[in-house]
Design a protein around this ligand. Structure first.
Ligand code: FAD
Length: 398
């Protein structure tokens, strides 16, 4: 019997997990299309940006699939022809499919704030994280002084994680380079009246106190108005800085609007109870309009759901209907401290941090054998730096 051609687009949580689940199955021939040759582990990009090893935030696709029988194409999907069941790639190549699985993730949204896309840094990708790290180093090597103001825009989990890690890293950099300790300000700016606005209020309060203790200056109810090369404007008030890190906005991948998918008011793709946007076209993770979209755990769960149903269909069994699963939210804020929101249970401090380590291990183990996942977790204890003065070292953090 002819195998079904399964084309999976996106080498992130949803796409990689789907490919791992279907690889080697006797009913499917799998092709994975990814616009980069590595998988990005987003939860630890903040760590790579603040001197941690990039081993913790990226895994080569070749390594993940070294023992799997699938075809990997490094290319970008651009155009979909549903009638002909054909996908066109940036390179001009066309692929026919029987089943298409789309897990393309989000893109950064600057909400058209003047100057923001030109001048701000981000930590949405490995490239962003390395650019930010290089910027922090360059200032130091060019002028032997660091900016005195560092501004993080967005008081959601990503902004909080970064605000928690930045003070220690800047102190470390100054020490490494023999720069005299100077007063540094780290500002965290949030447009809503509280940090982590999607979490319960009690969590926002604890996070607020934690960051104040770490020396972060927090601005609430402060929508950012504009950025220039050396200034950030807040409600008419300027902050002089060369370092603004934007963590405040994401939007759905434009592929879906460009290819006329039906979208919800928040721009996500409408899917049925099997996660199909169209017969034979499945949409996962950040792209799908589901209750807990926007989390890696959801993308992994969606991939398991879709691939399990495909296997059931191949075996002549009836499919399951999608039941959303609430994720566990874990946000670190500084060394050995994290908040865990697990339904009604809230855990703060060292235990939260330990649970986050376990969650990262489980995250890696979803994609690679347990011993590799363990090795990767411990790579987290190394600090890598990328300027000439520091180039020779991989220094222990603790
Ligand atoms: C900084 C940060 C921290 C986060 N922390 C957490 C956390 O602690 N816990 C948690 O659960 N979630 C976290 N998330 C959210 C989580 O990373 C996402 O929900 C998850 O990555 C979604 O998985 P996905 O498969 O939908 O998309 P992604 O993992 O983003 O994968 C999409 C992939 O598709 C590729 N792609 C895009 N367009 C194309 C195209 N046209 N052709 C080919 N390839 C394409 C992209 O480059 C990317 O590799 C975080 C996100 C960020 C940015």
């Amino acid at each position: 019997m002819r195998k079904q051609e399964v084309v999976i687009v996106g080498g992130g949580f949803g796409g990689v997990k789907s490919a791992l689940e279907l690889a080697g199955h006797s009913s499917f021939q799998v092709t994975l299309i990814s616009d980069k040759p590595f998988f990005e582990y987003h939860p630890l990009l903040y760590h790579t940006a603040t001197g941690g090893s990039k081993v913790v935030s990226s895994i080569p696709l070749g390594e993940i699939f070294s023992e799997k029988r699938i075809q990997i194409l490094i290319d970008t999907a651009t155009k979909l022809d549903r009638t002909k069941k054909s996908l066109t790639l940036k390179s001009g190549k066309k692929l026919d499919y029987d089943i298409l699985i789309l897990g393309l993730g989000n893109i950064t949204n600057y909400f058209n704030i003047p100057g923001m896309s030109e001048y701000s840094y981000g930590i949405k990708s490995l490239k962003d994280a390395e650019k930010l790290k290089a910027h922090l180093h360059q200032q130091l090597t060019d002028t032997l002084k660091l900016d005195t103001d560092y501004v993080i825009v967005g008081g959601g989990p990503t902004g909080v994680e970064l605000a928690g890690a930045l003070p220690d890293y800047l102190k470390y950099l100054m020490k490494q380079h023999g720069v005299k300790s100077r007063k540094i300000h780290i500002d965290l700016i949030e447009a809503a009246p509280r940090l982590m606005p999607r979490m319960p209020e009690s969590v926002s309060r604890v996070i607020y106190r934690r960051l104040i203790k770490l020396g972060i200056k927090i601005y609430l109810n402060e929508p950012v108005q504009a950025e220039t090369a050396n200034t950030l404007m807040l409600d008419g008030k300027p902050i002089r800085t060369h370092t603004v890190i934007w963590t405040a906005g994401i939007a759905n991948n434009p592929f879906f609007a460009e290819n006329h998918f039906q979208l919800s008011p928040n721009g996500k793709v409408l899917v049925d109870r099997l996660m199909q946007a169209w017969p034979g076209i499945f949409v996962l993770g950040d792209n799908a309009d589901t209750p807990y979209t926007g989390m890696a755990q959801t993308a992994l769960y969606d991939a398991l759901f879709v691939t399990e149903n495909l296997k059931r269909h191949a075996d002549g069994k009836r499919p399951y209907a999608y039941k959303p699963r609430k994720p566990i939210y874990i946000t670190p804020a500084g060394k050995h401290w994290a908040v865990v929101v697990w339904g009604k249970l809230h855990i703060y401090g060292w235990l939260g941090w330990a649970l986050r380590k376990v969650a990262d291990w489980i995250g890696y183990k979803d994609l690679e054998p347990w011993w590799k996942a363990t090795d990767r977790l411990f790579a987290d204890n190394r600090r890598e730096d990328n300027c000439l003065i520091c180039a020779t070292n991989v220094v222990a953090i603790d």
